[in-house]
Structures are given as C-alpha cells and as structure tokens.
Design a protein around this ligand. Sequence first.
Ligand code: FAD
Length: 450
Amino acid sequence: MPPLDTPNQKSVAVIGAGWAGLAAAHTLQQHNIRVHVFEQSHTLGGRARKVHSRKLGRTIDNGQHLLIGAYSETLALMQALGLDEKEQFLRLPLDISTLNQDFRLCLKSALPAPLDFLLALLGARGLPFTDKCKLIRALISLKRQKWQVPQAQTVGNWLRQEKQTPFLYQAFWEPLCIATLNTHTDKASMQLFARVLQHSTDAGKQASDFLIPRVDLSALWAEKLSAEITIAYGKSIQSIQMTSTGYQIDGWDVEGVILATPPTQCAKIMASLPGSENQPALMKALQQFSFNPILTITLELEKNWDLPLPLYLLKTDNPQQDPGQWLFMRSRFMKDTSKSARPEITIVISQASEWLDKDKTEIIRLAIEQLARQAPANLPLPGVTAWDIITEKRATFSAEPGLQRLPNPTAWPGLYLAGDWTDTGFPGVLEGAVKSGQLAARLLAQHLTS
Ligand SMILES: Cc1cc2nc3c(=O)[nH]c(=O)nc-3n(C[C@H](O)[C@H](O)[C@H](O)COP(=O)(O)OP(=O)(O)OC[C@H]3O[C@@H](n4cnc5c(N)ncnc54)[C@H](O)[C@@H]3O)c2cc1C
C-alpha cells in the first residue's frame, strides 16, 4: 500500500469492495481524495464477482446478472472509466420468451415509452386478450397514481386489488416479481415493485433494454478501476477507532470512512465506536434485514444448442419439479469463450429457499429434465458434460413492506454507510448499490471540505 499522506490531499477509507464500495471509491477519487479500500476477500465485486469453478476448471460468475437500460449511473460510471458498452454488454430490447415461444413479450415498436410497452403487451403471444386488458389496466392505474402505493401493500395484495387472473399471476407477475425483487409476491413490497415497473416501462425508450454482461462480473468495471486505486485484499475489518483527526483502521489514519459492507457487518464495526450504545435504533435497524438465496446452475453442453435468443423464461408450472426460472445461453454472448471451450448455459433459481437443502445432483437432474421437457421438438437439449451450482445464501435482502432502509449519513462525523440495502428506492440491485456508493462519497467529500 502506498504512503497515506501527501500534502493537501485528504485520505479516506472504504470498507468493502462490492459495487457500492467501488463506486464510492471512484467518486472519491474524482474529488481528488485519496482512497484506500479494505476488502475481506481476494476478489473484487462482492455479490457480483467472478469465482473459480473447480468442477468446470474455469472462471464463472457467482451468479448470472442482468442489467437494464435504466441503470444510468452504472453505465455512466463505466463510461467514465473508458469502457465501451458494446464490448462489455449485449444490449437488446426487452424480449421475454419461453423456450418454445408459446409465450413471448417483446418490445419492437418505435413508439415512445410507455406506448411501446403497452403495444408489446397487446401483441404478446400466449396471453388471452382479456388478461392483456387487465394487465394494461393495472399498469395504467399504477401510472395514474404516479407509481405510488400504500407502504404496507404487498405485490400479492395489489394483484388481487387489480383483479389479475391466476394465469397472469403464474405466467407473468410471479416470475417478474421474483426476478426483480428476489421475493415472492405474497411477501414483496409493492412500492419497490412499482418502482421497478416504472423504470422498465415509463423511464424512456431504452430504459427497459436488457444488458447482458459479455465479460465476467469482476472484469465488467471493477478490475479496470482497481488499477487506479489502492485495495488491501484479505482484510476483514472488525472495528475502527475514532481519533482526533478522523478514524484509524487496521493501523491507518484516515479522515473519513465509508462502510460498504452488508448491514450486519456495519453494525459490528460501528459497535466499536464511542457512543454506539446510544444508537439502539440504528443498531436494531441494521439487524432487521433478512436475506433470500439465489442458486445459479452452469451446464456445460457437448455441442451448441442453437436456440435463437440469448435468454429465456422457463415455465415453473410444478414448482417442486421445475427449479429453473431463467435460462441464459452464455456461449451466445460471452466475449472470451475460447474456441476449444464447450458451450455453456446458466439457469437461475431466485428466491431459492426451498432448494437449499436439496441434493445438488437431484437439482441438476430436475433442471435438465425441465429443459428437455420445455425445449422445442426440433431443438432438443444437447447432452450435458459437466455442471456446477453456486449458492448465494444471502443474495439480496428480502424486499418486504415496512423494511426500514437506512440513510447514508451516521451519527459519527465523516462516517457514511453504502450498499444496496440503504435507502436507494431500489430493491437489492446493482444500480442501487452504485447510487448508494456515489451518494455516500459525495456526502463524505462535502464533509471534508466543510
Ligand atoms: C446470485 C445473484 C444474482 C443477482 N442478480 C442480479 C441481477 O441480475 N441484477 C441486479 O441488478 N442485481 C443482482 N443481484 C444483486 C447485486 O449483486 C447486489 O445488489 C450488489 O452486488 C450489491 O452490492 P453491494 O456493494 O451493496 O454489496 P456486496 O456486493 O455485498 O459488497 C460488500 C463487500 O464488503 C465485503 N465485506 C464484508 N464484510 C467486510 C469486512 N468486515 N471487512 C472488509 N470487507 C468486508 C464483502 O466481501 C463484499 O465484497 C444479484 C445478486 C446475486 C448474489
């Protein structure tokens, strides 16, 4: 680590090198503040990172991620780092299809948002006309309410209020809610879901575009940034000390700190600070989050599976037999798949609590059967030559109504919180993490100049 103090340059610490911490580090650096990142693991990216799969003998992601065009701060940050969006992502207009395309919703029209979305709904394949009308009516009423609903309302309550049919619930709303909030409709916060719907349907022409990473998640932008900042890996920070000029962390003196770790770690670290015993509400709020798992299956195939789209919605008619919710044709969009490597697909199981205790081989068997059953007759699933499953037990916080999301500032001067769990208005997503990190950094920069 280089020396901390150079004349006139303030120095601060960021704890946690997930997307929130790294976005904070980037913003601080732009304010000409020297920043030192402490990360407990040896990889950048936190919950969106690369991992080594021993079973497959190569690097994969800890979980398939999908970004959307509305992630404006993330895209701007990547641009500021000099990264070319086309190199990093496959961008395509919203297109949700089952494997045999008996359900398909795709945005093709040149009309402005939200008309393009309404037209896509009207033209969607596999939805009865009356259901389309009900769905559109529900969205229009939400827009009329300026995407605001009672704070205590769940998505399930709202669907009942809007008289959505069981078919719509099963074929459209439940998969969408689980994919975006990682929480079942009967538990999920309608306010957060309304925000997601607003972003996807009413936030401009390209806001609903899908952006599928073409490189591994750590390489998407974190590794580019890491060349410009100081990162101490393998440093699990358990406490920080207050000093007359700021804080001391792991022997380093800094003038401000951003805690960009999950909330329970923040509570642990802050417990070491003077006056923490006078912050019972804060400590309680940090402990109240519960988390939902996501499982990601990678299957290596003996040959290419020539399906035309890069991702598919999988049917989960029988939840006990059909684990997969989304299928990504990884070899179609990943940039660095070497010619000799076998084709690869990933299957995402969000809100996967009921699968955690199941035998992994059994999950793979069911997933393969599910794909084989749903594949078009002329394009059967090729043989599977190898597989891996990554379990992220605490993938995202459970996005329930009444959850108290915390602001970035704390009671301690120069100490700020960042993370997708702070009060971002988003569910637990990448854009929320980036925005939270950037805001914490701007507040810290202001504090240092005040
Ligand atoms: C499988 C999976 C799929 C997902 N899919 C999507 C998706 O498709 N689209 C989307 O937008 N979002 C998705 N998400 C959510 C997204 O990954 C998160 O919202 C985002 O990564 C959170 O970033 P963060 O920086 O807030 O937190 P984290 O990534 O959790 O970062 C916290 C960092 O702090 C470090 N740390 C913790 N304690 C300490 C300590 N004591 N000292 C030092 N370092 C510490 C951790 O190692 C970690 O690097 C998914 C998440 C998972 C797990």
